[in-house]
Design a protein. Structure first.
Length: 471
């Protein structure tokens, strides 16, 4: 006799998964809604910083502004400059030896308007809340990723059970019985299944396990990931560089040509040390503004303009004597007013001594993985296609919250009516269909696969222990 035991294990896994991941799913959804509107929120709460003018009316160039910042913020070094489009003030990111970062705002005259702790902005708070519950713990980030993986299973199993149980055609005889809540739960699940799946998948670039492995896969397979540059490893803070080129190796400035043979040994040693220290995403390296022979920002901005790089864009300072100026436009910067269309993304590397372009990477140079996430991240954040994107994401989040509430209400109604508290276990082997579905999802999502392996072990123990008692 053919084994059709799919519904029972799916129903039980759906229940237990929902029970355990709901707390994290709620926090991710609520923080996602909060982050969805971070540009609108920050435009209102940071009006002085974003749009204000300094009391000093004299105009100075950008290099004089850098010296002004260095004089006013002792112990801090400039790491990057974000040249914003009107009406936003430009931003200068500075950091110190303790790892603290601040953003200094410059008005149209390049005068200092204000500064703020980068870590304590609204966007940073929501982003940290969404990814690690404000803990910045790798373990919590693993749990968040595992929650996202099981959310995919909830979608798959929910669709199967909806049609298997014929919830769309069954009618409740009593307006308060569990079936009514189940039906609303199922209908909402079906409506948001595809967009919710898209939101989960486009959130992968931030995940601690799958995100890093996909990024590495793209680096190992440039035709699929991103253009390969065979130079020195990254040495600068990369938060505002496009996702597709964040971990990309940078070219090096020709240090020897400008400083003679006496400095070549120190150049080599700095390369090796910087390589190991700077490979971590988001690390804070410091900039020496007094490197002899280094070009001014005015020159780099002029060269960028010659390369058709228009505002808004970011300039990341070289982190060593062999480093380069990195000029980029990104669609997923996480900075209010700095995002551009994916098609406008570009990353250009300029020699810090000559100011000449060394290499340039545009959206069309990305592989399929780079292009997918360049589109996917702004879609996930809600700014790929304007307000419509935000409203769709908001609807999906609210519908998910209601679906969770309806699922919980259905279970509570069953408990009240003295039905079984938990889904009953049928002591039969799982069907091939159920096992294959879980294996496929496990291969696609390794953390999910590891958790399913644990479930298989527990199920096997329960099955054989029950079978042994029966005999």
């Amino acid at each position: 006799m053919r084994n059709n035991n799919i519904f029972n294990p799916f129903r039980r896994l759906h229940f237990y998964a929902a029970f355990f991941i709901t707390p994290l799913l709620l926090t991710m959804t609520l923080s996602g809604i909060g982050f969805l509107f971070y540009p609108e929120v920050e435009n209102n709460i940071y009006k002085k910083e974003f749009f204000g003018q300094s009391e000093i009316k004299d105009t100075q160039n950008i290099d004089e502004a850098m010296q002004d910042i260095r004089d006013n913020f002792a112990g801090y070094a400039v790491t990057k400059i974000s040249m914003m489009d009107d009406p936003y003030n430009s931003r200068v990111t500075i950091s110190n030896d303790e790892g603290r970062t601040r953003t200094v705002f410059l008005d149209s005259n390049n005068q200092i308007v204000a500064s703020q702790d980068t870590k304590h902005t609204y966007a940073s708070f929501m982003r940290n809340f969404h990814s690690s519950l404000l803990t910045e713990s790798t373990f919590i980030r693993y749990l968040v990723e595992l929650t996202a993986c099981w959310a995919v299973f909830l979608i798959v199993s929910g669709i199967y059970m909806t049609f298997k149980k014929k919830l769309l055609v069954n009618r409740s005889k009593k307006g308060t019985n569990p079936l009514k809540f189940q039906k609303v739960h199922a209908i909402l699940g079906l409506v948001i299944a595809i967009p919710l799946l898209v939101l989960v998948v486009t959130g992968i670039p931030w995940s601690v396990f799958m995100g890093s492995h996909i990024s590495q896969f793209g680096a190992d397979h440039p035709d699929l990931g991103r253009t390969e540059l065979r130079y020195n490893p990254p040495q600068s803070n990369v938060d505002e560089i496009p996702w597709a080129t964040r971990n990309l190796s940078q070219p090096a400035s020709d240090h020897d040509d400008h400083h003679g043979s006496d400095s070549s040994d120190s150049s080599d040693s700095s390369d090796s040390s910087d390589s190991s220290d700077s490979s971590h995403h988001g690390s804070h390296t410091h900039t020496n503004l007094d490197i002899p022979g280094q070009q001014t920002l005015e020159v780099i901005m002029e060269e960028s303009q010659n390369e058709k790089i228009t505002r808004p864009f970011s300039i990341v300072y070289p982190s060593s004597e062999t480093g380069v100026f990195t000029v980029s436009k990104g669609s997923n910067t996480g900075v209010t007013g700095l995002d551009v269309s994916p098609y406008e993304e570009t990353t250009a590397y300029f020699d810090q001594y000559t100011g000449k372009l060394i290499a340039k990477i545009n959206f069309e140079d990305y592989g399929i993985i780079g292009k997918w996430f360049t589109w996917g991240i702004p879609l996930h954040e809600g700014h790929l296609f304007g307000i419509a994107n935000k409203l769709i994401n908001l609807f999906v989040c609210i519908a998910l919250l209601v679906a969770i509430a309806m699922g919980f209400a259905s279970w509570m109604k069953r408990v009240k009516n003295r039905h079984s508290y938990l889904p009953k276990r049928i002591n039969k082997p799982w069907s091939i269909g159920a096992v294959v579905t879980l294996l496929i999802l496990g291969v696609l999502m390794p953390l999910f696969g590891l958790s399913v392996l644990l479930i298989f072990i527990i199920e096997g123990i329960l099955y054989y222990s029950t079978k042994k008692k029966a005999t």
